[in-house]
Design a protein around this ligand. Structure first.
Ligand code: SF4
Ligand code: SF4
Ligand code: SF4
Ligand code: FES
Length: 888
């Protein structure tokens, strides 16, 4: 017997004896003995609905046939499936369904992978007994990306149930009666939802299909490649379905991958950037001020010659590199090795500098690791979850589903510390399901964390182990929190002492408690301090290193975790070794068989400053577009124009690429092999669906070719060979689970922190600063958006159909007061400038808060926001501004 079965139930299915767990459905037990019971409405992700009757079986001692999808096994049960009575019933159900079905298989995109088509081959009699006139539903426009063909619907309600039970969106419902029941949207006429594609994937027939490749393919023409999504840090397993060198669609497999088959809109509809006609296909070199197409050899030789000249003339530290955390681990590793050895500088940075570095830094200091101390499974099984500055459905939708599952299906308590309010809009808002929705003033997360800590101490909720074992730490923290009054916290956050006390009690009393935080914390002002103080909160509540507990930073880009671990930052070599430590350098040097540069490297903003001062002469950018990303007040363009050499390696020509000396066309993730590490710490395989599109090349290959031309060969046969070297430097890099050994290491680091290291900076971290005055009537907040993630999503037709442009989102009452309706133009102004923009009503926003999605460059709303730069990590923060809004 399977030892994992806790409550065994023995039954017989078609003469085969089987022991399964109590509560198993008969349809699932049958599967375990290799019998597939035909079904339509059953789905392993959904609660039983038993509406289609296709899964009927005979159970001894029961008078009628039973639906196996809703009947649980019982001790001694005898189930008959392969018998004439059952067969007759199944044939009958199938006849009913087919009587109404249009049988337009030749023009249905589902043809070839349709559940009805497959079952009809086995369960239909040669002639139907019915002579019914087919139903005809009036064709309606449904949505820009999902096509609805109700004549094909078999009314299994899987789409409606998925949208409710898994997504918590409830956008769909059945209208009408009997066989004229139609799946439709409430209350709007066209679909307004999260566009996760789940209803398309779960529909067993072609009633819901993806409009983007409509009529373009037959399923058997497509080649399928399992790989990892390259949008956010959730690390979803996706299947790229391709023909020639084109991604035709994306799908996923039920129960597989960290996403268990669920996807978000970017994963499902955001693939078209790979096929975009604007993809760079020829290298460009600036000649007489004009970017001119050249062959690869010329472009690479130009770069190699210039880098060699600049290095010889000004030294290696006159060169810097910046790489996107969307690259694979192997590419990130190669690039930092190229900068450190072929060039000889630690001036190497990556997009983690936009915020995630704070999380990595603080966690390394306190826990000795940048890794999560919990898993997705722990989120689902938690009793209490604290979400702070995460805006999880917009930024990390699939981890958002895990939170929803914990709350809606397992009764977890949810504390949200976000600037959003509850609402009734169809797009789900995680705040709606929170037991403690702490709606704070935008940009005041640091004060809210202090409030939680103060509440814990005052309410005597501090974990016993901390009280008894770390008195000095607790006393200093008590003093620090005591210096900040409840009035100061309330005036800043807008939240009362009572709300903090209630939330703190819920978190402290949970046996399995998880703290999740995102860019609202890491990209906000005082980001480093806020993360470090959140770790104090986790320690005080005993949630840091216990079974089922943990602190988990969420990342916006797919491989930020990998970028840090590969050493694509100036301060750390691979494996988070300090670049300034001679011991660390010799460990890495032993594998590289080279001396590593000793001088501390510059962060990305420091490189820009040095370029402005003429100290840095060359910058090599991979997948980064700082002119488009950073606010105009930082004058990045002027600094980059000062360079003697600017190399932009990218899929598209960006604003930064336009002023580059050389532009190198890179391949997309669909054209590469390698690995990504998601924010949870899982190292996952990236597989090539097809070779690089004409004229482009994988980033790693370009870097190794340049290294050879510079006279410093980085020779590897394949990305696998690079990964083997990574494993030599980071032993066990493939081990993804949270092992006992890792927990021990965390415990040791934590003790060091609690015994002495805390005192190094604790009083500074809790020193009260006054937040910037809000002189204007509105607070503008810049943040993530579900339908976009920047450069790649803005080249994806499907996502552009869902959100074509950035709109200033505003609460309904504020809009009415200003005389604004959806789509009206408005003028927004701060002391940094003004911009004109269309507005969108969003009922999740409270009065006085306006939101703009950070991924849209035009109009330049981010230019209205003042930038503050963190003194330690040099992270630029530009999230909130005080603004006026008026109707034009
Ligand atoms: S695409 Fe929209 S309607 Fe369909 S399941 Fe997802 S959220 Fe629901
Ligand atoms: S649209 Fe598809 S999933 Fe929804 S009820 Fe109809 S057949 Fe079932
Ligand atoms: S964007 Fe994130 S949540 Fe969406 S499919 Fe990709 S990895 Fe998953
Ligand atoms: S699958 Fe059991 S009733 Fe539909």
């Amino acid at each position: 017997m399977n030892p994992s079965i806790k409550n065994p139930i023995k039954l017989t299915i078609d003469d085969q004896e089987i022991v399964v767990e109590k509560g198993t459905l008969v349809i699932e037990a049958a599967k375990q003995v290799g019998i597939q019971i035909p079904h339509f409405c059953y789905h392993p992700k959904l609660k039983p609905d038993a509406n289609c009757r296709m899964c009927l079986v005979q159970i001894e001692k029961m008078p009628k046939l039973q639906t196996s999808c809703s009947t649980q096994v019982a001790e001694g049960m005898v189930v008959k499936i392969n018998n004439p009575i059952v067969k007759e019933a199944q044939f009958g159900v199938m006849q009913f369904i087919l009587a109404n079905h249009p049988l337009d298989c030749p023009i249905c995109d589902q043809g070839g992978e349709c559940h009805l088509q497959d079952l009809a081959h086995v369960y239909s009699p040669p002639m139907s007994e019915f002579e019914e006139v087919k139903r005809i539903f009036i064709k309606q426009y449904f949505s820009p990306v999902i096509e609805k063909e109700m004549n094909r619907c078999i009314q299994c309600m899987r789409c409606v149930r998925y949208c409710d039970e898994v997504m918590d969106v409830r956008a769909l419902g059945g209208i009408g009666r009997g066989d004229m029941t139609e799946i439709s949207v409430f209350p709007a006429k066209t679909l307004d939802c999260e566009f996760c594609g789940g209803c398309v994937q779960i529909c067993p027939v072609g009633a819901f299909v993806n409009r983007l490749p409509l009529y373009e393919f037959r399923p058997w023409q497509l080649h399928k490649t399992d790989t990892i999504c390259n949008y956010c840090g959730d690390g979803c397993l996706i299947t790229l379905e391709t023909r020639d060198q084109k991604v035709v669609k994306v799908s996923s497999k039920v129960g597989v991958g960290r996403n268990e088959g669920d996807l978000c809109t970017k994963g499902f509809f955001g693939y078209e950037f790979v096929n975009h006609p604007d993809r760079l296909k020829k290298p460009l070199v600036k000649k007489k001020g004009v970017l001119t197409e050249v062959i690869w050899d010329e472009a690479l030789e130009t770069v190699a010659e210039e880098l060699t000249r600049i290095k010889a003339e000004y030294g290696p530290n006159a060169i810097g590199g910046l790489i996107t955390a969307r690259c694979t681990n192997e590419e990130l590793y190669l690039f930092q090795k190229f900068m450190r050895l072929a060039i000889g500088t630690n001036n190497i940075d990556s997009s983690v500098r936009y915020g995630h570095i704070h999380a990595a830094q603080a966690m390394k200091r306190v826990l000795g690791t940048n890794r999560w101390t919990c898993s997705y499974e722990d989120i689902v099984q938690a009793d209490a979850i604290l979400l702070i500055g995460a805006d999880i459905t917009e930024a990390n939708p699939v981890v958002g589903l895990k939170v929803k599952e914990a709350v809606r299906h397992r009764g977890a308590k949810l504390i949200t510390i976000e600037p959003y309010q509850r609402n009734v809009a169809p797009i789900s808002n995680i705040v709606n399901i929170a037991t403690h929705p702490l709606q704070l003033a935008a940009g005041t997360e640091w004060w809210a964390v202090t409030g939680m800590i103060k509440a814990l101490i005052e309410e005597h909720l501090v974990d016993e182990a901390v009280k008894t074992g770390h008195a000095a730490y607790l006393s200093q923290l008590t003093q620090a929190a005591g210096k900040i009054s409840w009035n100061q916290i309330k005036d800043t956050t807008g939240l009362s002492a009572d709300s903090f006390k209630a939330a703190a009690k819920t978190l402290a009393q949970a046996t399995r408690g998880i703290i999740l935080f995102g860019s609202g914390v890491t990209r906000g002002t005082k980001g480093l301090e806020t993360v470090a103080n959140l770790l104090d909160l986790a320690i005080l509540t005993g949630k840091i290193n216990r079974e089922g507990c943990g602190v988990a930073p969420l990342t916006e880009e797919n491989n930020e975790q990998g970028a840090v671990e590969m050493g694509a930052v100036p301060g750390w070599l691979p494996g988070l070794r300090e670049a300034t430590s001679s011991e660390a350098r010799s460990q890495v040097g032993a594998v590289w068989r080279e001396e590593l540069p000793q001088e501390a490297g510059a962060t990305f903003l420091e490189m820009i400053e040095r370029a402005r001062r003429g100290e840095i002469k060359a910058l090599y950018l991979i997948g980064e577009n700082p002119i488009g990303t950073l606010p105009a007040s930082m004058k990045v363009r002027e600094a980059l124009e000062n360079l003697e050499l600017l190399i932009c390696q990218d899929l598209f020509l960006t604003q930064t690429g336009e002023i580059a000396s050389v532009v190198l066309p890179a391949a997309s993730y669909a054209e590469k092999e390698g690995t990504f590490t998601n924010h949870e710490g899982r190292v996952q395989q990236v597989r090539q669906a097809f070779g690089p599109i004409d004229g482009s090349r994988p980033d790693g290959e370009i870097v190794t070719d340049l290294a050879r031309l510079i006279g410093y060969p980085l020779e590897y046969d394949s990305p696998k060979a690079v990964f083997q070297e990574i494993q030599r430097l980071i032993p066990g890099y493939h081990v993804t689970a949270l092992t006992a050994e890792r927990r021990q290491a965390v415990a040791a680091a934590l003790n060091r922190y609690l015994d002495q290291d805390f005192s190094k900076d604790l009083s500074q971290r809790y020193a009260l600063t006054t937040p910037a005055a809000n002189g204007n009537p509105y607070t503008l907040i810049l943040g993530p958006m579900l339908f976009h993630s920047g450069k790649l999503s803005l080249k994806s037709e499907g996502l552009l159909k869902l959100a074509q442009e950035g709109r200033l989102q505003i609460n309904k009452e504020d809009a009415e007061r200003l005389g604004l309706k959806d789509g009206d133009p408005a003028r927004i102004a701060s002391d940094q400038g003004r911009a004109e923009v269309k507005v969108k009503i969003n009922s999740k926003l409270p009065a006085g808060l306006v939101f703009f999605p950070e991924h849209f460059n035009q109009p330049s709303i981010k230019d209205l926001i003042p930038v503050s730069v963190d003194p330690e990590n040099r992270v630029p923060s530009y999230r909130t501004a005080s603004v006026t809004v008026e109707r034009i």
